[in-house]
Write a protein that binds this ligand. Structure first.
Ligand code: CMC
Length: 392
């Protein structure tokens, strides 16, 4: 009824009100619950930021400890859930493995099915935060044919994840505090970004009153694509491609500008930021620190720096306000840490999880909540009569 407005990709249409994350794309500002991302990156940690996003305020000491301990207590996966990993091909992409395992949590925790049961929502929240790192580590272990490690609940979330990923059962694993801190920082930077594709997906699926696990599983699948979370892997593939082709960034930039099919400057551009992505600034600095700490002399960093410089001084990118986004340098850090390229998007999912949860919960108690149901503009055939198959 009435006029519908066509807005492909929701460029101008707000689907909800939200009090979680503020972005000013022209000024390059990002705040979680009012706190500037730079301050959180400098002074907070991922578990604390998760609390802030989900509950709206920074925790006091007691609230923080209780929250961290609850997460630590729920890191184990059900033994039967572990068998899922046996069924996947060894070379499976880890993102669908992750979303399948999260979807399966609804079958193990059937009390979670009612999204209006507050206690269950609390439990599902903690279970997700605790178990996704374990699921992610198992997806990695399966891909390299190594035994799964049970979580060590004396460790913090990120440390535990690194140990389960890179450790071996019979050997003590020395977690490098600088690397733990770097990954924790990257998780903070990814923790929320208001109505991006995956978060909108989580809200949309949740708007039908599907439970938290089902909604987050859908969000993970939305994140998988190369225009969204998959961009961090795509950047590395792009840099490798440039190196294999002789390392000529000018040549690559010309191909981008000529709009060769499938050729984009991955890790550049953003729907909202028309200025340097504030997260990318922090990531660039972290990349420098991590690579020099590890003594890694990655020639791809040099290509990335040249590519950035070249693009930022080229009219094509200047006119379109295309700047590096969060994904431009993250892949180089993940690579230096030892993660394989196709695993990078899993790290994005681990970071984005608290944001998805916060949005799902905000959506559910919103007095204006309605099932998500966009309109369309029909462009198909007018009414016509059915022709029997013999006459076609
Ligand atoms: N390389 C080359 N040209 C680009 C790029 C790019 N990375 N991004 C945008 N453009 C051009 C685009 O071709 C268009 O040009 P024209 O006006 O001549 O047709 C113009 O810039 C506007 O782009 P758009 O496609 O209308 O912008 P959008 O808001 O729909 O898309 C985007 C945003 C992030 C999908 C896009 O910039 C892109 O594909 N970037 C590369 C993938 C990427 O890095 N994604 C990660 C985004 S940040 C983290 C996340 O959300 O996951």
């Amino acid at each position: 009824t009435g006029l519908v407005t066509l807005d492909p990709g929701f460029v101008n249409t707000a689907a909800c009100t939200s009090g979680i994350t503020y972005i000013d794309g022209d000024a390059g500002i990002l705040r979680y619950r009012g706190y500037p991302i730079e301050e959180l990156a400098d002074k907070s940690n991922f578990v604390e930021v998760s609390y802030l996003l989900i509950y709206g305020e920074l925790p006091n000491k007691q609230q923080y400890e209780e929250f961290a301990q609850r997460i630590q207590r729920h890191t184990l996966l059900h033994e039967d859930l572990k068998q899922f990993f046996d069924g996947f091909p060894r070379d499976a992409h880890p993102m669908p493995v992750l979303s399948s395992a999260v979807s399966a949590l609804s079958t193990f925790y059937q009390d979670s099915l009612n999204p209006f049961d507050d206690q269950q929502v609390e439990l599902s929240t903690v279970r997700l935060l605790a178990k996704l790192p374990t699921i992610a580590a198992y997806a990695y272990k399966k891909s390299v044919g190594q035994p799964f490690l049970y979580p060590d609940n004396s460790l913090g979330l990120v440390e535990n994840f690194l140990r389960m990923t890179f450790g071996f059962p019979a050997e003590p694993y020395e977690v490098d505090p600088a690397l733990t801190r770097a990954l924790d920082l990257l998780f903070i930077l990814h923790a929320d970004h208001e109505q991006n594709c995956s978060t909108s997906t989580v809200r949309m699926v949740g708007s039908s009153e599907a439970n938290l696990f089902a909604s987050i599983s859908a969000g993970i699948n939305a994140l998988f694509g190369p225009l969204h979370g998959g961009a961090n892997s795509a950047v590395l593939d792009m840099l490798e491609g440039i190196r294999a082709d002789g390392g000529d960034v000018d040549k690559f930039v010309e191909r981008v500008k000529n709009k060769e099919p499938g050729v984009k400057l991955m890790g550049f551009g953003h729907r909202v930021y028309k200025n340097y992505d504030p997260r990318a600034k922090i990531v660039k600095k972290t990349a420098d620190e991590v690579l020099s700490k590890l003594g890694t002399n990655d020639p791809l960093l040099d290509i990335a720096l040249k590519l950035e410089e070249r693009a930022l001084s080229d009219d094509y990118f200047v006119e379109r306000k295309l700047y590096p986004n969060v994904d431009f340098y993250t892949g180089l850090i993940y690579k230096a840490m030892g993660f394989p390229t196709k695993y990078f998007t899993v790290l994005f999912a681990l970071g984005r999880l608290p944001g998805w949860i916060a949005h799902w919960r905000e959506m559910l108690v919103d007095p204006q909540r309605k099932i998500s149901r966009p309109r369309q503009v029909y462009t198909g055939q007018p009414e016509r009569s059915f022709t029997p198959i013999e006459q076609r």
